[in-house]
Structures are given as structure tokens and as C-alpha cells.
Design a protein around this ligand. Sequence first.
Ligand code: FAD
Length: 383
Amino acid sequence: MGAGGFPLADPTAHPDLVGLGTRRTTLEWVLRSRALAEPAITLRPGVVVTDLLWRRAGSVPQVVGVRTREHGTIRSTLVLDASGRRSLLPRWLRSAGVELAETGHDCELVAYSRFFRLRDGVQVPQMQRGNATVAVLDGFGCYAFLADARTIGIAVGRHPFDLHLAGLRHASFFDAVVGSLPPVAALVDPSHSEPISDVAAMGGLRNVLRDPLRAGSAQVHGLHAIGDALCMTNPAFGRGLSMALQHAAAVTDGVSAEPDRPDRQADLIARRLSRLTRPVWADTVAHDAERSYRWRQTVHAALGAVPAPRAVSMPTALRAAAADRRIGLRLLRAIHLLDSPSQFFDDEALAAAITGLDAPELPSVGSRAAALAAGHAVLTGRV
Ligand SMILES: Cc1cc2nc3c(=O)[nH]c(=O)nc-3n(C[C@H](O)[C@H](O)[C@H](O)COP(=O)(O)OP(=O)(O)OC[C@H]3O[C@@H](n4cnc5c(N)ncnc54)[C@H](O)[C@@H]3O)c2cc1C
């Protein structure tokens, strides 16, 4: 099999696999400037949609615009709900008698993140996997991402029951834990970088899937939920933007294909959105269940049902990817949705190839015991 190393180390080798290393605020700022420069787009910042406008034509309710808090009503032939994870769509639809089928699974993850900026003169570090370095340990994981303007985002995830790591919300504990992990320690070394944010904590993360279809047809006409309003997946997989862009493309394709028939247009788009999201959501739920089962073992929590095995588990995939460049490429394509995740994680032939792979031992990413000791030493004032 091929040489080790992750494919994104050479971004020119795979032009359709480009890692975007940026803080979210920077990306949104750039996108906003582009939208402002488009003559066909009118931005109304700060305007809040409070409800949908309905017309009942036939058996399927049709959305004909929105009601806003600031600007009264805005009529439109097509409304997209891109209002994200807190979308009020279920409530709005219920007011028109439409019950949106929704399935949710707890990610069983509490995430903490902090930004650092490299000090002047310090070279931008080489990351293990293109723009990221990952350290997955017993019961928790740490991810470092190169971002814009010499910044680095560091995220640490723990199981909600893992109270030994609850101190991560404190900057000193966070820095000590990250500093104990060899692959990322140098990134937070005060001689290399300085923190430019506090630690942000996020819990209650869920994988949520909303089904735009009922009995194979769109539940409403003239309205589509896209992005997180349609499907939310664990942010640790970095799939949200890829999915939102796929959703946007599904809408534009559907409008072009059926510009004059709202019923056919709605069905076409809703079916495509459903086909795009369901497998990604199911894949993410399966990985979360497998990880969460392992992490529960670490903290001796009740285990619940044994997760259904995949042909290739995520830990196996990561080990194989580090040893074999072609597997690394396939893994990235599956994680970032250029291929269907199932093409990788449910591929028995790939599983067999990985079993026969002569993968070298990976360098140590540190230990849970050392990370806990470092964190608690700071909290108890021993360093
Ligand atoms: C901690 C974290 C890290 C992540 N990291 C990654 C990553 O590395 N890669 C990746 O691809 N994805 C990542 N994601 C996921 C990604 O952020 C989302 O999938 C993506 O932002 C979804 O885009 P969206 O447009 O659907 O929703 P959002 O980006 O949430 O935008 C929704 C917008 O709608 C506005 N809005 C809400 N309600 C109303 C209303 N009633 N009226 C008017 N406006 C309204 C909101 O103010 C907001 O501006 C991460 C998510 C989190 C939480």
C-alpha cells in the first residue's frame, strides 16, 4: 500500500478536496461582503422572521412569504428557511396543520474551544492532516485547526458524564490539558502562541434530522429548510457547511428544472434534500454511538445498547489513514461528503484491506492520566 501521510498535506494534489482553514467570523465576513456586492441580492440585516404566510391551494399548503418583526410581510414565490439550529420551522408548520417528522439523537459530547495566535516570527506549523492535527485519547479528543491570520483553533471534546474533565471550561485547565498532549502541545506553548479568546463551551449537541417528505411527496410547497434547519450533525465532523452548500445546490437545481410548477418543484427538491441528508445524519449518529459507548466505558457510566458495528470504525479508519495515503484520501472524501460516507465506513473490501495493512505504531498522543494530572495540578495551584 502507499506511503503514509494525510493527503491534504499537499492541497494541489486533490483540487476537489480543499480544506478551508478559517475562523467562522472571518468566513461569514467574507461571504457577507460578496453578497453585498451582488446587485441581485438585498440584505436586510437584523430583520427577524416571525412567521410564514400561507395560501391553501389544493391539499398541500403553500408558503407565499414571511412575516417579519421589523418590515411587515414580504411576499415571495419561494422561501428558504436557513435559520440554523434554532429554526422555528416545526412551530411555524404546525400552525398550518403540518407536523414535521423530526428525529434527534444526543451527540453525548461537550465541546470546548479556544483561539490562539502565533507569535511574530514563529513559523506556521505543519499539521498532521492538512489543516488539522487530531489527538483522540481514552475518553476525550483534541482537535487543532489552522485558521486565518496566523490563528489556531483548539477544540477539546469530552463525554457529558466525564466530570473529571469538567474543568476544561477554565482557561488554565484547558491550556494545561492541551499542553500535555504531544501532537498539539507546541501550538499552545506560550513561546509559540498567545491565547486571543476565552474558552467557549458548548453542550446539548444533537444530531437532528427533519424529513421534508410525507409519503414520498413534499409536505408544503414554496418552502424548503436547508442547512442546520434541515439537518444538524455533530460539529466535530465538520460537515455542516458541506451539507448546507449541497442543500443550496439542490434548491437551485430544482428551481431550474421545474421553474413553473410549484408542486413538481417542491417534490423534486424535497426528495433530493431527503436523499442528501438522511445517510449523512445516520452515519454521524452511528459514529457518535460508537464513540460514546467507548467514552462511557472510560468513566464507568451505564453503557446502554451495544452500537451496531460498521465495516470500518472511525478509530480504525484514522489509524489506517495515517498509514496509507489512498485510504486517507478516501476517508477525507467520506467525512467531507464528496463521497457517501457509506462508501467508506460500510465497505467490507476496504475493511479486509485494512486488516492486511502493515500499519506502523502511531506516535503517542499522550495519556488521559497525564492530561488529568496536568489540569488538576493547575486547578489546585500546584503549578
Ligand atoms: C462549535 C461548532 C463548530 C463547527 N465547526 C464546523 C466546521 O468546522 N465545519 C463545518 O462545516 N461546520 C461546522 N459547524 C457547523 C456549521 O456551523 C453549521 O452547519 C452551519 O453554520 C449551518 O449553516 P446555516 O446557514 O444552516 O445556519 P447558521 O450558520 O446557524 O445561520 C443561521 C442564521 O439565521 C439567523 N436566524 C435565525 N433565526 C432567524 C429568524 N427567525 N429570522 C431571521 N434570521 C434568523 C441566525 O441569526 C443566523 O445568522 C460547527 C458548528 C458548531 C456549533
